[in-house]
Design a protein around this ligand. Structure first.
Ligand code: NAP
Ligand code: GLV
Length: 317
């Protein structure tokens, strides 16, 4: 039986299927670079996820011909895996696209609405026992319907966020993306990121993480936003200069931010946590029972395809 390492607990039915097919070891905590290298050395296949450090150094430490030949990643984003190094070491990598698109777009919208309507702040007020009752001028937020929605990264999730905005909230949609996209709705592509940041009332970031997009949203991009603008990140923390974002929020240079992801998860800077004009979620994008089971199944199905001598259907390298 092939040895499979699953780096975090997954849905029971999928775990049971994995145990029937493989000699499974179940880990509980993120793999450090050294642990990732050891795992590449010890197992035939690995089902890793976010936080597991499959860096170039981990592959180098595992040797030119590691025992492991397959990483069936749990998650669509795989910036924690150096896929070029994986390929150079003969390791196939797959991910879990599509099955999490709607759940993640829904979290994007949770953040848009919660930030615009000050839901986090309001919830804290009620729980504090300090709420003084309804007032015509109390806790005013900003209207969402009809405002301009700007998507940075018009891929699967970006398009799902845009569809909700266009069909549900009557929003004009603009987007910034590497290639042109046809999203099944009227959406205008802009050539410059700063144009999108300046024109949008709500900016939602849905590009992949990794070296190519690190600090894509930098201080200058944030400075281009309207003072009434709301910034939402459901992609990866590294895509945004977090210090610059905190400065913009603290100075009131933008109205608010809704964040599901952070630069150094699970660390969230104290300065950010102290601000009232942001809504902070603990990386919940795909966190529904149904979606997480579908992701686990897709990750396992890719490993099964590899074990049967075929091509993993969601191979990314
Ligand atoms: P996707 O379909 O591959 O979409 C990514 C889009 O970003 C593509 O349209 C791509 O354009 C564009 N893009 C990539 N690099 C770019 C750049 N440098 N400049 C401009 N546009 C760029 O991926 P997805 O399924 O929508 O997922 C997107 C990301 O969301 C994932 O990689 C993951 O990091 C994150 N995510 C987060 C959660 C969460 O829990 N918060 C859940 C799921 C996913 P091209 O097509 O032209 O390359
Ligand atoms: C979650 O962040 C994912 O990339 O699937």
């Amino acid at each position: 039986m092939k040895k499979l390492l699953i780096t975090r607990p997954i849905a029971e039915p999928v775990l049971a299927e994995a145990r029937a097919l493989f000699d499974v070891t179940l880990a509980e905590a993120p793999l450090t670079e050294a642990a990732a290298a050891q795992a590449l050395h010890d197992y035939d296949a690995i089902l890793p996820t976010l936080g597991d450090a499959f860096t170039a150094a981990a592959f180098a430490a595992a040797g030119a011909q590691p025992r492991c030949r397959m990483l069936g990643n749990f998650g669509v984003g795989y910036s924690h895996i150096d896929v070029v190094a994986a390929r150079a070491h003969g390791v196939a990598v797959s991910n879990t696209p599509d099955v999490l698109t709607d759940a993640t777009a829904d979290i994007g919208w949770t953040l848009i609405l919660a930030t615009a309507r000050r839901a986090g702040e309001g919830e804290r007020l009620v729980r504090s026992g300090q709420w003084g009752g309804f007032g015509p001028k109390s806790m005013l937020g900003t209207h969402v319907t009809g405002k301009v929605l700007g998507i940075v990264g018009m891929g699967r999730i970006g398009q799902a966020v845009a569809r909700r905005g266009h069909f549900g909230f009557g929003m004009p949609v603009i987007y910034y993306n590497r290639s042109p996209k046809s999203a099944g709705l009227p959406a205008r592509q802009v050539a410059e990121l700063t144009t999108l940041m300046a024109e949008a009332d709500f900016v939602v970031v849905t590009v992949p993480g990794g070296a190519q997009t690190t600090h894509l949203i930098d201080r200058a991009a944030l400075a281009a936003m309207k003072p009434t603008g709301i910034f939402v990140n459901i992609a990866r923390g590294e895509v945004v200069d977090e210090e610059a974002l905190i400065d913009a929020l603290a100075a009131g240079a933008i109205a608010g931010a809704g964040l599901d992801v952070y630069a150094q998860e699970p660390h969230v800077p104290e300065r950010l946590r102290a601000l009232d004009n942001c809504v902070l979620l603990p990386h919940l994008g795909s966190a529904t029972t149904e979606t997480r089971q579908a992701m686990a199944q897709m990750a396992l199905d890719n490993i099964k395809a590899w074990a049967d001598g075929g091509l993993p259907p969601q191979r990314v390298n």
